[in-house]
Design a protein around this ligand. Structure first.
Ligand SMILES: Nc1ncnc2c1ncn2[C@@H]1O[C@H](COP(=O)(O)OP(=O)(O)OP(=O)(O)O)[C@@H](O)[C@H]1O
Ligand SMILES: [Mg+2]
Length: 416
């Protein structure tokens, strides 16, 4: 087991664009870190650099404190589980699991003992003599896991290992993998674009976008205190509602105004979000999760009036899509969410999650209110949270001008 460190790591494939920029984080010994982000944000690239399948353009990667930039993949003592499992079709399950040990020259008896022990751990004992084609998707996935586990490596790297499974099996396997990782206590980096997978499996989650690390923290803290608009809208389903809000000061009170709905912000909110005072007199972005929107039937002045456009019954809750007269903020992550075509730009759809018995129906007129304790406040330009101590995305990423020298330097180092 070992810690893994990315120290200001950048990657360019074409010497013109950065695929990863200034990536720095440490995975502690035995920790389960999940890298999550939209397609193309650089997750696989980060993992492949760690495994040694991809050159590092700039920066340093350390395993157990030792720089491994120039270490060949086989000498890094880490095992990777791929999305497509990469099983050998003509070999039995036992041979697939034991293959890595065989090529490393381990004696047959010891190999067999390790394979049997690993298969037991994974519930594959009865399948050892079968071929991959005779296995279910979940069993193939376990064989791929077994191949990594049997080597007893310093770290596991897993790239979307569950994406080929159906939804039900995925949920079961994610619990199994998380349990197995905790039992074995092997440092693990797990890549997924599924934020639910990330939130349920990880000790800590690293949220990435556009080659930049956006936030790295425990699932609970990422959900409760997203560092910026990207994280706020990427994590959580259904996505956080983001609206424009005007901040002003009147009668010694700070007021937040969304559409025609004004509400005072208590001292506790101002203390938790020091950025609010600096933003008085300007328009900011506020975020309210669907479960923090209070919906009351009928329309009255002390709230945001709206009309229910869609009511989706999900069994345990109803998701009400409510049109309100307030301006929305376009965000990258939210733009992927299904939305309703809107007649004009100064109306928004707010999604509220309601208890089933509230029986909200399409066309109903309602009033929305927000509890300021549950509102997130953001700078609309940078997207950064106005909370105290909120980490922001790195602002000093290397520029394109640094790129050619960096690539040359990396090349020169390899020759040595
Ligand atoms: N071998 C390569 N040569 C050139 N560009 C590449 C190569 N591999 C990846 N890229 C580019 O780098 C960017 C990041 O790719 P990467 O595979 O790391 O993303 P990802 O986060 O794993 O995405 P996904 O969720 O779709 O798997 C993409 O724009 C991709 O096109
Ligand atoms: Mg990928």
């Amino acid at each position: 087991m070992a810690s893994l460190e990315f120290d200001a790591v950048s990657k360019s494939y074409d010497q013109q664009h950065w695929t990863l920029r200034d990536l720095s984080f440490t995975v502690s010994d035995g920790e389960f870190l999940v890298l999550v982000g939209p397609s193309g944000c650089g997750k696989t690239t980060a993992l492949r650099m760690l495994a040694g399948f991809e050159d590092i353009s700039q920066g340093e990667i350390r395993i157990g404190g030792v720089r491994i930039n120039e270490t060949p993949p086989r000498e890094r003592d880490i095992a990777m589980v791929f999305q497509n499992y990469a099983l050998y079709p003509h070999m039995t399950v036992a041979d697939n699991i034991g293959y890595g040990l065989k090529v490393r020259g381990m004696a047959k008896a010891e190999r067999r003992a390790r394979v049997v022990k690993t298969a037991e751990m994974l519930g594959l004992s009865a399948e050892l003599d079968r071929k991959p084609s005779q296995l279910s998707g979940g069993q193939r996935q376990r064989v791929a896991m077994g191949r990594a586990i049997v080597r007893e490596p310093q770290a596991f790297l897993m790239d979307e290992p569950l994406s080929n499974l159906d939804a039900r099996l995925r949920v079961r396997m994610r619990t199994e993998i998380a349990r197995l990782q905790r039992d074995l206590n092997v440092t693990t980096v797990y890549v997924t674009h599924d934020q639910v997978e990330a939130m349920t499996m990880a000790d800590r989650v690293a949220v990435m976008n556009g080659g930049l690390l956006q936030q790295l923290d425990t699932p609970q803290r990422i959900y409760a205190h997203p560092a910026n608009l990207f994280v706020a809208t990427f994590i959580g389903s259904p996505a956080m509602n983001i609206l424009k809000a005007d901040l002003s000061k009147r009668d010694d009170q700070v007021w937040c105004k969304v559409g025609d709905y004004s509400f005072p912000l208590p001292a506790s909110t101002l203390n938790a979000n020091p950025g609010i005072r600096a933003a008085l007199g300007t328009t900011i972005a506020i975020g309210v999760r669907p479960n923090a929107v209070t919906v009351t039937g009928g329309q009255y002045p002390n709230g945001l009036p709206g009309e229910v456009r869609i009511a989706e019954g999900l069994g345990s809750e109803v998701l009400a899509h409510i049109e309100v007269a307030a301006s929305r903020v376009e965000t990258e992550a939210a733009s992927e969410a299904p939305d309703l075509p809107l007649g004009h730009t100064d109306t928004s759809i707010i999604v509220a999650s309601l208890k089933e018995e509230s029986l909200i129906a399409r066309g109903e007129r309602v009033t929305l209110t927000f509890d300021s304790e549950h509102i997130h406040f953001f700078d609309p330009q940078t997207g950064a949270s106005l909370r105290s101590g909120a980490a922001t995305a790195p602002s000093s990423a290397p520029t394109l001008a640094d790129l050619s020298t960096a690539v040359q330097a990396a090349g020169a180092e390899r020759v040595v």
